[in-house]
Design a protein around this ligand. Structure first.
Ligand code: NAD
Length: 290
């Protein structure tokens, strides 16, 4: 690495807090090196109240771009010069590209990564009827991307907790921006509605924390609604195989897709926005995510 860095090396960065655990520096630096791209990637711990300072600093330093994690994702969306259609709808961004003229374009690649991961497992969003559990950050990005990618129907379910209102807002935004997609929101506790809608759907997605360590024994939906015609996907990647994914495999669901691929492909999408090149995704997966 030290021999690679020189006076021309361009900086890429991750901002947010905490960032010490992040796999992004390893993933991007490995890919830069592998492809012979003269760039380096560092993580900077930035609390919410310092977001504007950090963005200004990265502009001043002529960074090539940066990724954004919590708690800065929403604040950064208000600080860039323009937003991609998905980032505009979500109201947050996780990837910022510094353009030739120094202006900043904000993107959100979580939904792109999720859809790409599904495709890698033979599942297409276009024309599909989707049941999406969750109305938090990951779920919002997925709902918006699925709508922009022309899903036929998106039926959102969530507990009536503090995240439910966010789901109602997402439904309104999608209805305005992509009116041809049928999008609804219901209470996750209403198991009859959940079973009925899932019974005529193609894809079931868990985008909640249910199943995530230390809730490994939790399923977001009753096992009884799983059936072989359904593709099942989870955003949770800790543990690698959630209870939902294990049950989907046992029931013979046509696909059972864990969350780690979403993490890989959202990074690959950002890498492509940064460099115009494809990340060596297979090698990154083997070296850093298995
Ligand atoms: P968030 O805090 O924004 O939203 C949490 C969601 O989980 C809400 O919808 C909430 O109602 C729901 N929830 C929490 N506990 C629940 C329970 N016991 N039963 C049912 N619903 C419950 O969180 P987020 O940022 O959207 O993250 C959600 C999950 O997605 C986390 O496990 C996170 O690690 C994962 N994630 C994965 C990727 C990836 O690349 N694979 C990316 C982002 C987030």
């Amino acid at each position: 690495m030290e021999r690679r860095i020189n006076g021309h090396t361009r900086l890429y960065a991750l901002i947010g807090s905490p960032v010490g655990h992040s796999g992004s520096p390893a993933m991007y630096n490995y890919s830069f090196q592998k492809l012979g791209i003269d760039c380096a990637y560092l993580a900077f711990d930035v609390p919410l109240e310092k977001t504007a300072d950090a963005v200004q600093a990265l502009r001043t330093l002529h960074a090539g771009g940066f990724n954004v994690t919590m708690p800065c994702k929403t604040a950064v969306a208000g600080l860039v010069d323009r937003l991609s259609p998905a980032a505009e709808l979500v109201g947050a961004c996780n990837t910022v590209v510094v353009e030739e003229d120094g202006s900043l374009t904000g993107h959100i690649t979580d939904g792109i990564g999720f859809v790409r991961n599904l495709r890698e497992h033979g599942v297409e969003v276009k024309g599909s009827r989707i049941v999406l559990i969750g109305t938090g950050g990951a779920a919002t990005a997925i709902a918006v991307q699925a709508a922009l990618d022309h899903a036929a129907e998106i039926a959102i379910f969530n507990r009536r907790d503090e995240f439910f209102a966010n789901g109602e807002k997402t439904v309104e935004k999608i209805r305005r921006a992509v009116p041809e997609v049928k999008v609804t929101i219901s209470d996750l506790e209403d198991e009859d509605v959940l079973a009925e809608v899932t019974g005529r759907s193609d894809i079931l997605i868990n985008a909640t924390r249910a199943g995530m360590s230390p809730m490994e024994n939790t399923m977001p939906v009753p096992e009884s609604i799983l059936r072989p015609e359904l593709a099942v996907a989870d955003v949770v990647y800790n543990p690698r195989e959630t209870l939902l994914i294990r049950k989907a495999k046992e029931k013979g669901c046509r696909a059972a897709v864990g969350g780690i691929g979403m993490l890989l492909w959202q990074g690959a999408a950002a890498f492509e926005l940064f460099t115009g090149q494809e990340m060596p995704a297979q090698e990154v997966m083997e070296n850093f995510f298995s």
